[in-house]
Ligand binder design. Structure first.
Ligand SMILES: [Zn+2]
Length: 213
């Protein structure tokens, strides 16, 4: 059986991780998060690998994760996000005072709202949607049990957590999300955050200074 491949792509202007996921020997790919101007980097990668983008999965509505989405959408492409970030997806300029001066805030139309407990198909692999609010209201994580990995957006980072001082952020909510949704995953699960290096559930439970196990 063919396996999943993925490539982590760190994009500017503030170093946001996007993840391109595709099936070995397949023709379709999905992109987890779309930082500003992602297309300039993503399009040549798709071409060189012979892939076509079939969906965008957005972990949350902050501009550095979605401002490049609209320019990547073609035809019937599905765009997934959580309704609690509706305002951010449709009106991203509401975060302009927290962003880089001169940024181009392109809204994106979500075609499929997802919520906690939803099951998604990732080229034949089951994905569990985990709602992990606290950094913002609509942050979701995409857990792929058969691959022991989880794409967590800005809920948790290696040795840190998402900031909770932006509008809609709340530390107690984030702490609960991390404990109830992420720390209960198998310890060897790889965590792929929206910024910085990867980690594992075990490592964060043992060393994360903000949310000790
Ligand atoms: Zn964020």
């Amino acid at each position: 059986m063919s396996d999943l491949q993925f490539q982590k792509i760190e994009l500017g202007p503030i170093g946001t991780n996007a993840f391109l996921v595709w099936e070995e020997n397949g023709a379709d790919a999905i992109l987890i998060d779309a930082p500003p101007e992602a297309k300039a980097t993503i399009a040549p990668i798709l071409t060189s690998r012979g892939l076509k983008l079939s969906a965008l999965w957005l972990t949350h509505g902050h501009w550095d994760h979605m401002a490049g989405a609209a320019e990547l959408v073609e035809g019937e492409m599905s765009v997934l996000g959580h309704k609690d970030d509706l305002q951010l997806f449709e009106n991203p300029q509401c975060m302009s005072s927290f962003a880089m001066p001169g940024m181009n805030f392109q809204p994106v139309k979500i075609t499929q709202w997802i919520s906690d407990g939803d099951k998604l198909d990732l080229f034949g692999k089951e994905v569990d949607v985990l709602h992990v609010p606290g950094h913002c209201p609509g942050n979701v994580a995409f857990h792929v049990p058969s691959k022991n990995c989880c794409f967590v957006g800005d809920a948790i980072f290696a040795g840190s957590i998402g900031r909770t001082d932006l509008p809609g952020g709340d530390f107690a909510t984030l702490e609960k999300s991390i404990r109830d949704k992420l720390y209960c995953l198998p310890g060897e699960t790889s965590l792929h955050p929206g910024h910085g290096p990867d980690s594992t559930v075990d490592r964060e439970m043992a060393t994360n200074p903000f949310v000790p196990a």
